[in-house]
Design a protein around this ligand. Sequence first.
Ligand SMILES: [Zn+2]
Ligand SMILES: [Zn+2]
Length: 442
Amino acid sequence: MAALNELLGLDMPCGECGRRHKVAVRAVLVADDALARLPDVCGRQATGRRLALVADRRTMAIAGDAARAALEQGGFTVGVTIVPDPKPDHSPVCDDTTKAWLESQLPAADLYVAVGSGVVCDLVKWIGFERKIPYVCVATAASMNGYASDNVAPTIQGVKCLFSGIGPRAILSTPQILATAPHHMTVAGLGDVMAKPVSASDWRLNRELFGEFYCSVCADTINDIEPLYLACPADIGRGKPEAVRILFDALILTGLSMSMAGTSSPASGGEHLVSHTLDMMSMLDGTPHDLHGRQVGVATILGAAIYQELFALEKPVFRDSSTPTSAAFWGRFAAAVEPYHAKKRAKTAEAAGILQRDPARWDAIRQRLAPGLRSPEKIKDVLKRAGAAHRIADIGVTRERFLAAFTHAHEFRDRITILDLARIAGLMPGRAEELVERWVVT
Ligand SMILES: [Zn+2]
Ligand SMILES: [Zn+2]
């Protein structure tokens, strides 16, 4: 992809927003011989010959063993650390406990090699950033958009957080590894990428309301590739290598958009908050949750549905709709959520005032955001044709549980999203049940 290559290693001032956009990733290599070329790639990025390879049990078997053999043959010393499963048949998670364990195990190294998908790559990104050690990533599934991003999204004492880090120097994989990844992981990647129109619109909403930083160069990185993956969801679901490759590139481009913007905003809006909230509910009651991208996909259908309904309104009445942080819902996380929600309350009150005072603002917002949005029908159809999660039953949650997440998710980030706009326009929480019934039950 020419567009992708143009962004690799980017470090230049932006003509549109005036900021400097930087991309840590210098190479993306998806090729049959990618693992054989790994020593070359590492040689270019490392100052010495000591490597620390991190994987979990599964990803070690998928690509770690081959990566290690190639690197040792290439003259590197490779220390391998396998992140253990927390429980039998439970993959590791990216949290403070796992990070502390990994820190205690990692050998001294000039470069880290992360072999895996979201969790392994985020753990290595996190530690590498703190220790100022660069890393290279061997991706084992097209399952999420974090490979190329600078952000780390760990769980700290049970609360989903977001930190700045630095993305990998290079991302490698083979078409075969990506295409044979478990179906539920690949379609999770599709769910994550389908969120982009909603999340980028949420980002732009903050610009339109409060004049906050927004840059279309960052927001639009996937515009050229979007028609390609929208055209082949069934092939993505079937694991056809060319289709999964398109999805993988789209995920990389989404990650780059966050790195360039220096914020997760281009690819994480209200739909992501619903998924994070489901994760936090699981931490509270021990019920398992589904993969990030699968939950995000379901929530994205609703985000798009709310945008569609709201933008059809000529003169909605905007009202401050603040409620206290629900201690009953958040349980032991309530104290951590409250500071975000306090800021959010102030912002939504301000937004309601702005929109109510000046109806022209509503028209301007509708005009500017509408072209970037996709209809909920389209999003649902694409997910469905790929065999991705598009109903709450697919992600293993009841109506009550999903509704609880859907109606409380706005409380724990201070950025305005479609969930807040829906509240000040009177659509939420009153219509939440109806929206869920209409869009994500069948
Ligand atoms: Zn810019
Ligand atoms: Zn995501």
